[in-house]
Structures are given as C-alpha cells and as structure tokens.
Write a protein that binds this ligand. Structure first.
Ligand SMILES: Nc1ncnc2c1ncn2[C@@H]1O[C@H](COP(=O)(O)OP(=O)(O)OP(=O)(O)O)[C@@H](O)[C@H]1O
Ligand SMILES: O=P(O)(O)OC[C@H]1O[C@H](OP(=O)(O)OP(=O)(O)O)[C@H](O)[C@@H]1O
Length: 238
C-alpha cells in the first residue's frame, strides 16, 4: 500500500488534487469530512493522508508517507539533507513563491545584505540590542544570513501575519514568502536587492525511508507513468 500525503487545506491542496485528476488519479476525502484521510482511485493500492503542508517534509523524511506534495521552501527548511532522504523527481509548477528578506520601505539606506549588516551595527549602538528578524523559516534564514555575513540579529518566531510584525514593533524586518508582492506593499516593506533566498514551488516528493513493498513500488511506477516522471528509477530504501 502506498500512502499519498497532501496538504489538508488551501490552494496547494486544490492545485495538487487538480493536477492528479488531470493525470487520471482521483483523490477523494473520506465522506465523514473531518477525517484527514481518503481514497485514491486510478492507482492500485494507494491511500490518502491529509497533513499540514509544513508537516509533510518530516513525514516523508521519517517514512510515514511514501509520496507527498508540498513546497520546496518547507522541504529545505525542515530537512537539512533533503535529497538523501527524499527524492524530488517532479516540479509541479504551482505554489510558486519567493522566500525573501524585506525591510521597512523607509529604511532608504538599506538596499543590500551588506547595507543590512551596517544597519545592524548602527541599530545595536543606538538601541543596545540586536535587530529582530520575524520568520517561520528559521533554518533557511540562519543559513542565508551567515552566507551574507550578517551575524548581529535575533530571530523572532512568526507563524502568520509576519508582514505585520515591523508595524507592530515585534520585529525590525522579516523573512517570508511573496508571490504577487501585494502583502509586502500593503505593509510598506521592500525586498533587498540581493535578498532572494529561494524560488519555491510545489514539488512531488518521494520518501526513501518509507516501507517500499512490492505494491507500493507498483503504485509509484504507475504514478510516475501518469504524471511523467521515472518512478522506477528512484533509489528507494526497504
Ligand atoms: N501566496 C502564495 N502563493 C503561492 N504559494 C504560496 C503562497 N503562500 C504560500 N505558498 C506556498 O504554499 C505552501 C504552504 O504554505 P503555508 O505553510 O503558508 O500554508 P498553510 O496553509 O499556512 O500551512 P499550514 O497548514 O502548515 O498552516 C508553501 O510551500 C508556500 O511556499
Ligand atoms: O505576495 P502575495 O501574493 O501577497 O502573497 C504572499 C502572502 O501569501 C501567504 O500568506 P497566505 O495568504 O497564505 O496566509 P498565511 O498568513 O496564513 O500564510 C504568505 O505568507 C504571504 O503573506
């Protein structure tokens, strides 16, 4: 049996369901409605698990699901050595969003990460504390700031409405995803010139750690055949 993990709500779920349907794989939630499980028709021996988009990477890495759909941003954030544990055979072309560093638009002297480093020193001199960066992408932010040579800051966890944190004085700047740019504009924030951390989109992900019995392997091969990736060529665990 192959378990397919999809986001439990939102655009990503709908786009994933539509993509699978276009390939002849119909995904139906259990009629109870509240149950986070369901039926997959068009694939032999496959079942559905609905999970938070942010939990899908870990479920794949631990082998709790065989195949999943989630954003690359969430995979890179939650699984440091993603490719050793998860194969990423197919970019799905929806859920496109850029993970970026944005500062208040009125910070006219801060256009680059280098400027941000200087601003951090000035901020500490003036306020006696590090500037705060609000984000839910802790690992990706730490790595990107380290590579850019920015060290004097503090991360503030923000799981939603991150763009509002500078205005609410909960942080000085943010790391978050942007798509149309409207949320940033509405909150008077500006992306740094070299502040693009990752261009993300939804990915079809295959767990190398899941229990790959013959039935699950057959279902993966069929899924690959329908969606257009080589399901039999992926190096899987037991
Ligand atoms: N405005 C957007 N446009 C396109 N893709 C987006 C947008 N917002 C989020 N995404 C992508 O959708 C995926 C899920 O995002 P997010 O974690 O915000 O969803 P959520 O529904 O809040 O998740 P959760 O169920 O964990 O609360 C991420 O990979 C993200 O990059
Ligand atoms: O650039 P834009 O097109 O404005 O999109 C970006 C926004 O979309 C997402 O939020 P979402 O609407 O998913 O709500 P959330 O706060 O629950 O993540 C994301 O967190 C940004 O806030």
């Amino acid at each position: 049996m192959l378990t397919l993990g999809l986001p439990s709500k939102g655009r990503l779920q709908q786009d994933a369901v539509d993509r699978f349907a276009a390939a002849g794989v119909r995904v139906e939630r259990s009629p109870e409605g509240r149950e986070y499980a369901g039926h997959v028709s068009g694939l032999p021996d496959a079942g559905l698990a609905l999970l938070s988009a942010g939990e899908i990477p870990r479920a794949l890495a631990e082998g709790a699901i065989h195949v999943g759909v989630t954003g690359e941003d969430l995979i890179r954030e939650h699984i440091p050595d993603a490719e050793t544990r998860i194969a990423l055979p197919l970019r799905l072309g929806f859920g496109r969003a850029d993970l970026i560093v944005a500062v208040p638009a009125f910070w006219v002297d801060v256009e680059t990460m280098h400027d941000l480093d200087e601003a951090a020193a000035a901020f500490r001199a003036r306020h006696g504390r590090p500037m705060r960066v609000a984000t839910k992408y802790h690992a990706l932010t730490r790595r990107f700031f380290a590579q850019a040579g920015v060290a004097d800051y503090r991360l503030v966890d923000s799981q939603g409405a991150t763009e509002a944190t500078p205005k609410n004085r909960a942080a000085e700047l943010i790391v978050d995803i942007t798509s149309s740019g409207e949320t940033l504009r509405a909150n008077h924030l500006r992306v740094l010139e070299d502040g693009l951390i990752l261009r993300s989109e939804a990915m079809l992900c295959v767990s190398r750690a899941a229990p790959w019995g013959p039935a699950a392997r057959r279902a993966l091969a069929e899924l690959g055949h329908r969606l257009g990736f080589d399901g039999e060529g992926i190096a899987l665990g037991g």
